[in-house]
Design a protein around this ligand. Structure first.
Ligand code: SF4
Length: 85
């Protein structure tokens, strides 16, 4: 076992280093971008902050981090569906 000295630091990874997209069994598919444009609050519900907006408009889902939980599809049922990954 390694001994820690006073003032030692332990290397840790940032949350951005964990690509939670590898957990995914299902993938969200955006059917109606205009609905996401009008409902940017959907990004707040995403636990991985994977729904990206730019200049007030929906840009994309960052599939490196989207873990396929389906919360976005529940929130905007007519605009996002879940498919098998
Ligand atoms: S499925 Fe879950 S993690 Fe993926 S974009 Fe939707 S809310 Fe975010």
């Amino acid at each position: 076992m390694a001994k820690l000295r006073n003032g030692a630091s332990i290397k840790f990874e940032e949350s951005e280093d964990y690509f939670t997209g590898s957990w995914r069994k299902e993938i969200p598919v955006v059917l109606k971008r205009e609905v996401l444009d009008a409902n940017p609050d959907v990004a707040i519900f995403c636990p991985e902050a994977a729904i990206i907006y730019k200049d007030g408009k929906f840009s994309h889902i960052d599939y490196r981090y989207c873990k396929g939980c389906g919360i976005c599809a529940q929130h905007l049922k007519d605009a996002i569906i879940m498919k098998k990954a």
